[in-house]
Structures are given as structure tokens and as C-alpha cells.
Design a protein around this ligand. Structure first.
Ligand SMILES: C[S@@+](CC[C@H](N)C(=O)[O-])C[C@H]1O[C@@H](n2cnc3c(N)ncnc32)[C@H](O)[C@@H]1O
Length: 459
């Protein structure tokens, strides 16, 4: 193994790319071209292909950071808000769909501008900025087409441009990636403009950058319930449903030895929304029984969801849907498992402590508490000796152990979103131990899949 960082990075890129190509060759296919539109492929979810791709991305980014002048790197990274704004604009005016519907799949800037009713010079500049960063392709001067990345922004609902433009407030429903872009740019970009002021005055002023930027004291969900914000709420729900879908059922099916539960044992999905995690486990393990809890309007939606996806489970009582505020006393006493996915990261410590205490008060000595969260690994090796069984992240020299930008769905970026919109927080192992110590739970294990699986026992 080379001890020279540049050679070691090149070696990782070479060997991992070769292995990745071999996987495709064995599969009878070729690695998809950046110029082709995106189509889901058989190796998209292959664990080995994902691992190799992460290594290539981590090493390539570290190589760029090493060889590029600091000035050039910083001048590219600092104005990242233009990237958010440019993608947000393209998605909001339906440019990926407009190009997709064009007879030869490409259009002159003037034609695109006319279709979106904006100035041609503006549209051309935005598309060139994006194409320079491999989102869209400029095929000949001022003519653009979709490529792998821009085509992944086509709204998944399959609506035509005419349908999208006829009902603009509904365009993000069931739209996949586009809903995520719409939410992050729509609420997040403006909120982030207050982040520096929020950080400098933390604890004294507003509850979050979102609160400062939008001039509201309400939490994001309560603000969504205000008159006129319904379309944003529906876009947020679509974004969250899309995010949830990206996590494979096997993460949850393998997270615990569900078969070891007794027929009388109950599993509580706290803040479960539609209960998609429960659905994944319920389908695979027919003996399991669930109570899915969320706020009343969400539980109403969950009834429709289960009717469509697994009606027998509701009819035979295996799955119960229950309106419950997790800051209030937990009504299900002595459950075998209480679990929460993407709940703790939404809240500051003081609120997490309340949520965990309410569950602990209802738990019995053998109850377990499981969190599925975007755990935040350090950007260095973690030398801490934990009592719990903690799976460590490692990476070959000279990569940083969390793989930097190769680290899958980008935990530190999710952490920034939590801070920006909710004053929530992605947490590391030590921070979960502290939450447990404050609430009567003892951390027993941390496993890492695309999510971290954090398990506590009653202390
Ligand atoms: C990020 S979502 C996660 C949903 C679900 N666990 C999942 O992974 O799909 C957060 C959930 O917390 C719910 N929630 C927010 N405040 C709540 C409260 N006080 N009591 C119960 N649920 C709440 C929201 O309605 C939403 O469904």
C-alpha cells in the first residue's frame, strides 16, 4: 500500500472503478453514461456496487481537494447557494420535463425560455451554470438536453408539462426527487440566509434559522398548518415519502431479531407517520404486532395508507393506528420494543429528553428502545472505548473514516438541514449515550447501514 496520499487516492479510484465496471460486465451491462437519461438499474441497490461507488466518490473528492488551489476550491464551494437556486428554479418551472417532451429531446434556450415564460438570457445562464456542473448537457451552443442528473429531476408523478402548469400548487405531489428539491430550496434556502445570525446569537433569539428568516415563532409543522401553506405541506409530505422510500426494507427487517418476540409482544412505532417501517417488518414477520402512533391528522392519512397496502393487518388487529402526542404519557405500557425513525434528529436535546422519558415511564425492565437515525460520524477515527457494542466506520488510507463526500446520503448535510429548519440535530454515539443517561435508557448497540440503528435497554 502506498504511503503517498496522492498515489493512494489514485489507487483507490483505479481499483474501485475497475471493480465497479467488472460488476456491470458480469451483469451483462455497461456502467450508465452521464450523457444518458437516468433509468433505475439492477445494480443500483447492490451492496458491493454502492460500496465501490462511495470509495470512488470519496477518493475523487479528496484528490480534488488536494490538487486544486485553495482559492479555486473555496471560490467554488462558498457560492453553493447558486446551485440550490439554479436547481430549484429549473425544477419549479419544469425544465427537465420540457426537454423530455421536446421532439428530439433538446431545445434552444429561446424555446425553453418561451415555454417557461422567463428571459432567455436568464434561462441560458442558469442552464450553463448547471451543465458546467454536469446537471443538463449543452449539446451545441445554447441548446440543452437532459442527462443522467437532470433527468432524475423529472417529476415522478409522470404528469405532462401541460398538467404541471395547469395546477402549479399540486405539481410536487408524488414527484420524487423534485419534491425534495422544492422543499429544500423553497423553505431551506431562505432559512439558511439567517443561519450565520442564528449561530452567532444562539440561545438568545429565535428558535431556528427558519424562524428568523420567515418571521414566525411556529415550528415548521405548525407553520405548514397556517392558511395558504397547504401546498407547501403537501410538497413536504411528498419529499418525506420519497426520502423514506429510498431506505430499503431490509434495513428494518435486519435491525432486530423480530422472530425472537413472543406472540403477546407489542412493537410501538412512535411518531410513525404512515408506519412504513412497521409495514416492512409486518410483511416479513407474520407474528409481529404493532401500534403506530402519530398526531391525529397524520393517523387519519395512515388509515388510508394501510387500507391500500396491508388491509388484513388492520382488520385482524395486528396493526393498530393510534393518535398520540409523544410529549404526553405513553399509553402503551410494557411494549417489547418502542422505535422511532427520524424523530430524535428533529428535536433539540431538551425535547428529546421529554420524548424518551415518556417512553421510559411506560416501558418495563425488558423493553428495548430503537432509533433509526442519520447518525453523524466524526470526520476522524473515534478512539472512545464504549461499553456498548458500537460498529466503527473505517476507510482505507488516506480517506477520512466517514468517507467525506462519499458517505452515502450525506449525514452532515442532513444535520445542517435539521439545524436550519428545526434546530434539530443529527447525533453521534456519545450524544445518544448522554440522552440515554438523562432518561433511564442504556445504549447497548449502534449498527450502521444507510441509517444508524441505535438500540437502548432500560437502565
Ligand atoms: C420526520 S417524520 C418521521 C415519520 C416516520 N417515523 C418515518 O420515518 O416515516 C416526523 C413525524 O413526527 C410526527 N410528530 C411531530 N410531532 C409529534 C408529536 N408531538 N407527537 C407525535 N408525533 C409527532 C410528525 O407528524 C411526523 O410524522
Amino acid at each position: 500500500m502506498s504511503t503517498d496520499p496522492l498515489s493512494a487516492l489514485l489507487n483507490i479510484i483505479n481499483t474501485s472503478t475497475n471493480e465497479l465496471q467488472s460488476l456491470y460486465t458480469k451483469n451483462g451491462s455497461q456502467f450508465p453514461s452521464l450523457d444518458a437519461t437516468y433509468k433505475p438499474g439492477p445494480l443500483d441497490e447492490d451492496a458491493k456496487a454502492i460500496e465501490l461507488s462511495k470509495l470512488v466518490v470519496a477518493a475523487a473528492n479528496q484528490l480534488i481537494a488536494t490538487v486544486r488551489s485553495p482559492k479555486d476550491t473555496l471560490w467554488e464551494l462558498v457560492p453553493s447557494m447558486y446551485m440550490s437556486a439554479a436547481i430549484g428554479f429549473a425544477v419549479d418551472v419544469d425544465i427537465p420535463e420540457i426537454l423530455n417532451e421536446a421532439p428530439n429531446k433538446s431545445l434552444q434556450v429561446k424555446e425553453i425560455a418561451s415555454a417557461v415564460n422567463c428571459q432567455a438570457s436568464h434561462v441560458g445562464r442558469v442552464l450553463r451554470y448547471l451543465a458546467t456542473r454536469h446537471i443538463f448537457k449543452e449539446v451545441t451552443p445554447d441548446v440543452f438536453t437532459n442527462n443522467k442528473l437532470s433527468s432524475a429531476l423529472i417529476k415522478a408523478s409522470g404528469k405532462t408539462v401541460g398538467e404541471l402548469q395547469a395546477k402549479p400548487l399540486e405539481k410536487y405531489e408524488n414527484s420524487g426527487n423534485a419534491a425534495f428539491v422544492g422543499h429544500i430550496v423553497g423553505e431551506g434556502l431562505r432559512s439558511s440566509s439567517s443561519m450565520v445570525d442564528f449561530l452567532k446569537g444562539s440561545g438568545k433569539g429565535a428558535n431556528s434559522p427558519f424562524n428568523m428568516a420567515w418571521g414566525t415563532d411556529k415550528r415548521l409543522w405548525d407553520w405548514y398548518a397556517e392558511p395558504g401553506q397547504g401546498w407547501r405541506f403537501r410538497r413536504f409530505v411528498a419529499a418525506m415519502q420519497f426520502v423514506a422510500q429510498t431506505y430499503k426494507d431490509t434495513i428494518f427487517q435486519n435491525a432486530y431479531d423480530w422472530k425472537s418476540l413472543k406472540s403477546t409482544d407489542v412493537i410501538v412505532d412512535v411518531g410513525g407517520n404512515m408506519g412504513t417501517v412497521s409495514l416492512a417488518v409486518a410483511k416479513m414477520f407474520p407474528e409481529t404486532k404493532f401500534v403506530i402512533q402519530d398526531l391525529p391528522p397524520v393517523i387519519e392519512g395512515a388509515k388510508t395508507f394501510w387500507k391500500a397496502n396491508f388491509p388484513e393487518a388492520i382488520e385482524n388487529g395486528r396493526v393498530k393506528l393510534e393518535a398520540h402526542d409523544f410529549f404526553q404519557p405513553q399509553p402503551v405500557k410494557g411494549a417489547a420494543i418502542y422505535f422511532c425513525r427520524f424523530i430524535i434528529q428533529d428535536w433539540p436535546d431538551a425535547d428529546c429528553i421529554k420524548i424518551m422519558k415518556r417512553i421510559r415511564e411506560a416501558a418495563n425492565p425488558s423493553s428495548k428502545l430503537i432509533f433509526f437515525e442519520i447518525g453523524i460520524p466524526y470526520a476522524c477515527a473515534d478512539p472512545t472505548k464504549y461499553e456498548a457494542d458500537v460498529e466503527r466506520r473505517t476507510a482505507p488510507f488516506p480517506l477520512i473514516p466517514n468517507l467525506g463526500k462519499g458517505g452515502g446520503s450525506d449525514p452532515t448535510s442532513v444535520d445542517m438541514t435539521m439545524l436550519n429548519l428545526l434546530n434539530g440535530q443529527g447525533r453521534n454515539v456519545g450524544q445518544f449515550i448522554e440522552l440515554g443517561n438523562a432518561t433511564g435508557w442504556k445504549l447497548t448497540s449502534v449498527k450502521n447501514d444507510e441509517l444508524s440503528i441505535i438500540t437502548f435497554s432500560a437502565a
